[in-house]
Design a binder for this molecule. Structure first.
Ligand code: FES
Length: 103
């Protein structure tokens, strides 16, 4: 069963923003897509650039290094040069706390 842990608060992550955190020994990125929160691996599957440094437009994350695009709700690749999906983690909001399960 998933073990949810607090990562941050909704106040700390405004709409359209992404931030990197460490949870359970894993580096993760948490994104706020206009009020929905998604958590996924911290590094791009192309050449390991930090996804939190990229650009978010709705569910579409564009990596700032070479322009690969991912759907943050599914992890799927939307545009190359990345070919492998990103790992997404279960996320929920409890009051103002954003909780993620990385196991
Ligand atoms: S490292 Fe992300 S597109 Fe190359």
């Amino acid at each position: 069963m998933a073990d949810f842990q607090k990562v941050t608060t909704t106040e700390d992550l405004p709409p359209g923003k992404m931030k990197e955190f460490t949870l359970g020994g894993k580096k993760i990125t948490v994104a706020n897509t206009d009020g929905e929160y998604f958590a996924f691996q911290a590094e791009c599957t192309h050449e390991h650039c930090a996804l939190a440094g990229g650009f978010l437009d709705g569910y579409t994350l564009t990596c700032y290094c070479h322009g690969a695009q991912f759907d943050v709700s599914t992890g799927g690749v939307l545009a190359p040069p990345a070919t492998s999906p990103i790992t997404v983690y279960k996320t929920k909001v409890d009051g103002e706390n954003i909780l993620v399960a990385v196991d």
